[in-house]
Design a protein around this ligand. Structure first.
Ligand code: DGL
Length: 248
C-alpha cells in the first residue's frame, strides 16, 4: 500500500514512527504544511481550506490511503477531506478514542484529553468518547508544549514548570490522550508527572491498532520508501524526520 501522511508541520513524524515500527506500508509520502503551522490556533474554515489543499497535493501520487496525523485537522476537516479525496482518509481522533476504550474497560474511568486550542474547542474527542460510553472526561488545551517540543525541550525545569502550570489542579486521570502530534515526545515527562498507573494514549500507536483492525496486512515492509515534502523549507523537515526516526 502506498500511504500519504498529512500534518500541519513536523509533528506527524511521531505517527510515521509508529507506522514504520509496524512495517505496514511499502511507501510513505509525508506532507507537512510547515509554511502555515501552527493550525492549532486557527479557525475552522481556515483549517478546512488548508486540509483540502493537502488533498490536492496528494493527488500527484496515486495513493491507496491518507492518514491525517494532525489532531487539529482530524477534529475539523475529515469529512471535507474525504469528499475531495479519491482514496480513503483516516484521522487520529476516532482511533485515539477507540484506543482509550481498549485500554480502559471501566466506563467510569477518568480520561484527560490534551490538545491544541482548536482541537479542544472542537470537542471532537469528547464526542467520540461519550459515544463509547465514557462520561468522566476532562480536557485541557496545552499548546505551550508544541513550541517546547520544537525547541527539543523534552525534560528539565521549563517543562516541569509548564506541567505544573497546566496540571496543578488536575485530578490524576486513568488515561491521558496525547491529542497532539507533538506530545509523544514528552510522554516520559507526562508519565512521570501523572504516575505509572495512568495510561498514555499515543495517536501513532492508536492509528496502527485501528488500521490492523480494518485492513489485512499480509506483507511486512522492512525498508519502505520514504519521501518527505513541506510547504516551506523541506530540508529542515527532512532533517527533523531523520533525527526523530533515528535514520542518522
Ligand atoms: N499537528 C498539530 C496537532 O496535532 C499540532 C501543531 C499545530 O498546532 O499545528 O494538533
Amino acid at each position: 500500500m502506498k500511504l500519504g501522511v498529512f500534518d500541519s508541520g513536523i509533528g506527524g513524524i511521531t505517527v510515521v514512527k509508529s507506522l514504520l515500527s509496524h512495517e505496514l506500508f511499502e511507501e510513505i509520502i509525508y506532507f507537512g504544511d510547515t509554511a502555515r503551522v501552527p493550525y492549532g490556533i486557527k479557525d475552522k474554515n481556515t483549517i478546512i481550506r488548508y486540509a483540502i489543499e493537502a488533498i490536492e497535493f496528494f493527488k500527484n501520487f496515486e495513493l491507496d490511503l491518507i492518514i491525517v496525523a494532525c489532531n487539529t485537522v482530524s477534529a475539523y476537516a475529515l469529512q471535507e477531506m474525504r469528499e475531495s479525496s479519491t482514496c480513503p482518509v483516516i484521522g487520529v481522533v476516532e482511533a485515539g478514542a477507540l484506543a482509550a476504550a481498549n485500554a480502559l474497560h471501566n466506563k467510569d474511568a477518568n480520561i484527560l484529553v490534551l490538545g491544541t486550542k482548536a482541537t479542544i474547542n472542537s470537542k471532537a474527542y469528547e464526542k467520540e468518547l461519550m459515544q463509547l460510553g465514557y462520561k468522566n472526561i476532562d480536557v485541557k488545551a496545552t499548546g505551550l508544549f508544541v513550541p517546547m517540543v520544537e525547541e527539543e525541550i523534552y525534560e528539565g525545569e521549563i517543562l516541569q514548570a509548564t506541567l505544573k502550570h497546566y496540571f496543578s489542579e488536575t485530578q490524576i486521570p486513568h488515561a491521558v490522550i496525547l491529542g497532539c502530534t507533538h506530545f509523544p515526545l514528552i510522554a516520559n515527562a507526562l508519565q512521570e508527572y501523572f504516575g505509572a498507573n495512568t495510561v498514555l494514549i499515543h495517536s501513532g500507536d492508536a492509528i496502527v491498532e485501528h488500521l490492523e483492525k480494518q485492513f489485512i496486512f499480509s506483507t511486512k515492509y522492512k525498508n519502505p520508501k520514504l519521501q518527505f515534502f513541506a510547504s516551506e523549507n523541506p530540508e529542515a523537515l527532512r532533517k527533523v524526520a531523520k533525527k526523530w526516526l533515528n535514520l542518522i
